[in-house]
Design a binder for this molecule. Structure first.
Ligand code: GRF
Length: 215
């Protein structure tokens, strides 16, 4: 099995527990990756402290310093490329990204979302799940394309929703699964076990590019 060290750029906005899961997996040699740069759009995010504590390079970009989203993303792309990042992980990055970032890292951007997509895209997915009354919830790691939370699915994990769950309790249990799934997907990536079809298998609105994960 060919293993290559993944060169990661990780985009964050908040608590950074997914970032921490990646840091821990690398440290414990469960994941062959090198975090080239952490980018945050919030300088006070806990994620920034976590990066610093782990001696990982981190840069903060404030939206108000840029005239529009494209300029913001242009600066992020430049920083990621300069740092040598080859893959971009959206780990709780609370900004919509533009084609500037998508095109610079085509098919190399991965997001973790706290629902079983395509159910409950967007914000507060766990709250949406509880409000809907679903009995099974989960998380998804997927390639990012121009549709919000809409790119090809790489992996999913499901858990039961309990009668007494609220959005917080569900989010807490889902987070554990997110961390495992994200690290597993990155490990598969570093082992060259993930293949993304260049095209959907057939034409038609429901047909999507598929991801194959080799065991
Ligand atoms: C996670 O639930 C992730 O799925 C969502 O935002 C949250 C980020 O958590 N996109 P953290 O910042 O990694 O702790």
């Amino acid at each position: 099995m060919e293993v290559s060290t993944l060169k990661l750029g990780i985009l964050v906005s908040g608590r950074g527990s997914n970032l921490q899961a990646i840091i821990d997996a690398i440290r414990e040699e469960r994941l062959d990756a090198d975090i080239k740069l952490v980018v945050s759009n919030r300088s006070k995010a806990v994620a920034v402290e976590r990066a610093r504590a782990a001696n990982v390079p981190v840069q903060c970009f404030r939206a108000k310093d840029f005239s529009d989203r494209e300029c913001f993303d242009g600066a992020v792309v430049e920083a990621l490329q300069e740092a040598g990042a080859e893959w971009v992980i959206l780990a709780g990055f609370m900004r919509l990204i533009t084609p500037v970032l998508l095109n610079a890292f085509e098919d190399r951007i991965i997001n973790v979302h706290p629902s079983l997509l395509p159910a409950f895209p967007g914000l507060k997915a766990q709250e949406q799940a509880v409000q809907y009354g679903v009995k099974v919830a989960g998380c998804t790691v997927h390639f990012v394309d121009e549709a919000t939370d809409g790119g090809p699915v790489i992996g999913q994990r499901a858990i039961a929703v309990n009668d007494d769950d609220d959005a917080d309790s569900l989010a807490e249990r889902l987070l554990v699964e997110e961390h495992r799934l994200l690290v597993d997907v990155l490990a598969a990536l570093s082992e060259d076990r993930i293949e993304l079809d260049p095209q959907p298998p057939e034409s038609g609105t429901g047909s999507r590019r598929r991801v194959h994960v080799k065991r």
